[in-house]
Design a binder for this molecule. Structure first.
Ligand code: CAA
Length: 291
């Protein structure tokens, strides 16, 4: 890419169609962008498709979207299990689980597969250094963090995270895409584990888990305290359930690795709940029961 030249995005690739990936796909496809989504196998493709369809159906029921617009949105989304199909993408957003090795493998593969010399590569990671993902490619100046918030269709914020080597043109193209067609608002963070929001949010969530673990108060009382006493839209334990306990644990571990601060250390209760498969709302049970 010639420095200073922006890339407009008509063909987006999204890798991973879980909680975050499906939200990113939905928002982009609703904005008129052609989206190709990669999931790991046919079952995961179907689960991802159902997540997007379910969310669009809810929007239709609530009168926020017409049935025609839902169908047109779905018509702009296609699925694959093969990263080799991403050759014509102009921007690819990786949104898989917080696993550094898998993410670097994906970036290295994308670098070989995506044909356009101007294409951008982004990660929705909450905590893994963008520099490491950039160095897995031959074009680190075209790699940037684009970090969305859950639920993606609702939360207005995107954190933009350039690495030390990200070019100004890449920053401007990413900003133009998320503030233009996607209608989000942007803050910029240095490439430090947790970026701005999780660096503030995660210690608070971990404190709530420690409070529960030590018998200080019940889950309901901790949550009601912050909802009724501080006007938060949901309490910290319910928010952990929304984000996913596996994600919170992975983000806390990355932040602890980076800063070695006790306030980022993961409480044993969080680890035991992840071991037990109690991951939160996405699988029915976390600190609260959703079944
Ligand atoms: N998809 C689309 N729309 C959704 C939605 C979803 N998954 N969930 C809720 N909504 C919409 C609803 O349709 C509704 O819209 P209208 O008012 O226009 O009808 C609106 O959001 C409110 O929803 P509800 O009435 O069902 O429920 P609520 O008032 O309790 O709001 C909530 C739900 C939006 C999730 C709210 O509780 C909230 O904002 N919680 C805090 C979320 C938060 O802090 N997210 C950041 C997490 S941190 C993160 O993501 C970063 C990371 O890296 C870990």
């Amino acid at each position: 890419m010639v420095d200073g030249e922006q890339v407009g995005v008509a063909r987006l690739g999204v890798i991973g169609c879980g909680l975050m990936g499906s939200g990113i796909v939905e928002v982009a496809a609703r904005a008129g962008v052609d989206v190709l989504v990669r999931e790991i196998d046919a079952g995961a493709v179907e689960a991802g498709r159902a997540r997007i369809t379910g969310s669009l159906d809810r929007a239709v029921k609530r009168g926020k979207l017409s049935a025609e617009d839902r169908d047109a949105t779905l018509g702009r989304v296609s699925f694959t299990t093969d990263l080799g199909d991403f050759g014509d993408r102009q921007l690819v957003v990786e949104a898989i689980a917080e696993n550094e090795q898998l993410k670097t493998e994906i970036f290295s593969t994308l670098d070989k597969v995506v044909v356009s010399p101007d294409a951008l590569f982004a990660s929705n990671t909450s905590s893994i250094p963008i520099m490491k993902l950039g160095m897995a490619t031959s074009r680190p100046e075209q790699v940037i963090g684009i970090h969305f918030f859950n639920p993606v269709p609702v939360m207005p914020l995107v954190e933009l995270v350039p690495s030390l080597l990200t070019s100004d043109a890449t920053k401007e193209s990413a900003r133009a895409f998320v503030t233009g067609p996607l209608g989000k608002q942007v803050i910029t963070s240095q490439d430090r584990a947790g970026f701005v929001v999780n660096a503030l949010l995660v210690p608070y969530l971990l404190s709530a888990i420690r409070m529960l673990e030590s018998g200080f108060a019940s889950a309901d009382d901790i949550d009601n305290g912050m909802v009724l006493g501080c006007s938060h839209p949901m309490g910290p334990l319910r928010l952990c359930d929304l984000i996913g306990l596996d994600t919170i644990k992975a983000v806390a571990e990355s932040m602890y690795d980076e800063f070695k601060e006790p306030l980022y250390s993961s409480p044993p209760l969080l680890a035991r709940m992840v071991d037990a498969g109690l991951l939160g709302k996405k699988n029915g049970r976390g600190f609260h029961d959703y079944r």
